[in-house]
Design a protein. Structure first.
Lengths: 238, 193
């Protein structure tokens, strides 16, 4: 990972006006719920799926379509470093927002005289970090395949296909199809629930392996795709 | 937003390897190994439970299995109260602690409804039993906890998503029970506490 690239990506993501508006909307809405019912705790914040998507959309594809990537790779940076830096920056940016959200939520709870469930806050932060790292890896793969923000379209298409296949599998009683589609759905939202680890006291190995497998596979494939991509200054970006 | 050309960073020290396009072989190997392990663990996984497991923690509601609940609702005419819940969900635990673990609230629920718990195991086991998925799809459950009151014919009468506190939840359930029992819609329910 290249620290300079990470900071450049963070600056690029957080100076986009449209992204900032979406992030503000996504971050503000749960605060209203906490304001009305402070005892609901950090559960009102939900997960950081859409926050991550907002920061991740076009994380590589926009550099491809704008021609920035050609300039960037003229520097002594490997393509793997580029992909890992983008991934790390998106995950770190999401986690930064999540921490801010949690601090705001805790302040609101204190202001309304409700107890702050600090244990729940720690779980929320841990789960969010894992989801951000996982989803950023998935988006890195989709973004390496498509220019602009078409990665969002690919994600939606994959999600829709998996849902349809799962329903068909259930309707036809084809267990293999339903399970395969279920696995695909899990890959599209890679998360690991730390609560089951803390409360259950046992490591959910299938879930841990599934999560790690998704993250490593998506990152490795993203690098492979980028390594095979031919870039030229005359390219239209595809 | 594309990275402006002026923002292209001077990217630190040069890479140690000769080729900027070297494939991450170690990462690929790890990914493949994990993928194989995932498949093996998935195949060895036990099939999902056919009956709902209890949420951890105290609970004094006598939850029926789906089959028993359907039979009881047909016999008694009382609507079914589906509790769509999950172990990992903090508001579900809060609802359980404040409502389902309270003997008075539990007795009131059982007098009005036939309670059936639908426990989601997607996160823990990767998939749910078919009847759980089927009920979630039928009643369009997108969040936990969700309480759905269904008439004897299975049609949804009302729903409550999320946990907004004990009094609010019980108040809503009382209103639903009265409406269903006497078919009075849009009428303020009497407080039966």
């Amino acid at each position: 990972m290249n620290v300079t690239l990470v900071f450049a990506t963070l600056r690029q993501r957080f100076t986009s006006p449209l992204r900032l508006v979406i992030l503000l909307l996504l971050g503000w809405m749960p605060m209203l719920q906490i304001l009305l019912a402070p005892r609901i705790g950090f559960a009102a914040l939900g997960d950081c799926y859409f926050l991550t998507l907002t920061l991740a959309a076009g994380m590589i594809g926009q550099d491809l379509s704008s021609g920035t990537l050609q300039l960037l790779l003229a520097r002594p940076v490997t393509r793997a470093q580029y992909v890992f830096s983008r991934w790390g920056a998106v995950a770190a940016g999401t986690f930064l927002i999540v921490v801010l959200q949690a601090l705001c939520a805790a302040s609101l709870m204190l202001a309304r005289g409700a107890p702050v469930p600090w244990g729940q806050a720690a779980l929320y932060l841990g789960n969010s970090a894992l989801l951000a790292l996982g989803l950023a890896a998935v988006m890195a793969l989709f973004s390496s395949l498509a220019s602009g923000i078409a990665d969002l379209g690919l994600l939606f298409l994959a999600f829709l296909s998996a849902q349809v296949l799962e329903k068909v599998g259930m309707f036809k009683s084809w267990d293999w199809l339903a399970r395969g589609a279920g696995e695909l759905l899990r890959m599209l939202k890679p998360e690991l629930d730390l609560a089951s680890l803390v409360h259950g006291g046992q490591v959910p190995w299938p879930a841990v392996v599934a999560y790690l497998s998704t993250v490593t596979l998506c990152l490795a494939l993203a690098v492979v795709v980028m390594n095979r991509r031919e870039l030229s200054y005359a390219s239209s970006g595809n | 937003m594309p990275l402006p050309a002026t923002d292209v960073p001077a990217a630190g020290p040069p890479p140690r390897t000769g080729s900027p396009r070297r494939d991450p072989m170690l990462l690929l190997v790890v990914a493949v190994v994990l993928l194989v392990l995932r498949a093996v663990l998935g195949l060895r996984e036990a099939p999902p439970q056919a009956t709902p497991g209890p949420l951890s923690g105290p609970d004094v509601v006598h939850w029926r299995t789906l089959e028993a609940g359907l039979a009881e609702t047909r016999a008694s005419g009382r609507p079914i109260l589906y509790d769509f819940t999950a172990e990992w969900c903090p508001p579900c635990r809060m609802m359980q602690r404040e409502i389902f673990a309270d003997p008075r609230a539990a007795a009131e629920i059982e007098s009005r409804f036939v309670p059936v718990r639908v426990l989601d195991r997607q996160r823990e086991e990767g998939r749910n039993a078919r009847w759980v998925d089927s009920l979630q799809a039928r009643y369009r459950v997108n969040a936990f906890p969700t309480l759905v009151v269904a008439r004897v014919d299975g049609r949804e009468s009302s729903r409550l998503e999320g946990f907004m506190g004990r009094d609010f939840t019980l108040g809503q359930l009382r209103g639903t029970g009265v409406n269903l029992r006497w078919g009075m819609t849009g009428q303020a329910p009497p407080d039966s506490r």
